[in-house]
Design a protein around this ligand. Structure first.
Ligand SMILES: [Zn+2]
Length: 158
């Protein structure tokens, strides 16, 4: 299974393209999911969304509870009003680290690679990763949040 090239640049068109829901989980989709997972691990990221590997399917990979989790057609159905701000990086924006406000808790629905409907309530870092990846699926990047740059120690990019 190949490691895919990761697309970079805040104004690169594919990173600004809204993705389309996956109508059916085919072998090709499962292959893409596997390649994305491998690519994220190789890049030492904590999340990866389809546009970052030049694809337009509504698919992302996220580390949830420390576990690599593929999300097909994810939708954030609820966000807490409570917000927390923390540093985020992005595999598509190397060397850029920003303080980004995110809902502390969310509920996300998605399909597993087996085609099972799943719903998870997430908080803190898990909720942050999924919000970051779902932003990618809408063509949104962390530079769209007005913030100042951060220096110093960094966690894994998303
Ligand atoms: Zn990102």
């Amino acid at each position: 299974m190949p490691i895919l090239p990761i697309i970079t640049g805040a104004s690169t068109p594919i990173l600004r393209t809204k993705t389309k829901p996956v109508p059916k989980i085919t072998k090709a989709i499962l292959g893409l999911v596997a390649d994305m997972a491998e690519t994220m691990v190789a890049a030492k990221g904590a999340g990866l969304a389809a546009p970052q590997v030049s694809r337009t399917e509504r698919i992302c990979i996220a580390m949830i509870g420390g576990k690599l989790t593929p999300l097909i057609n994810p939708v954030v159905t609820w966000k807490s009003e409570a917000i927390e701000v923390a540093e985020e990086g992005c595999l598509s924006l190397p060397e850029i680290w920003l303080q980004i406000p995110r809902s502390v808790e969310i509920i996300v629905t998605f399909l597993s690679p087996e085609g099972k409907k799943r719903e998870l309530k997430l908080e803190h870092f898990d909720a942050r990763v999924v919000q970051h990846e779902v932003d990618h699926l809408e063509g949104k990047l962390i530079v769209d949040y007005a913030q100042s740059k951060v220096t110093g120690h960094h966690e894994k990019p998303l």
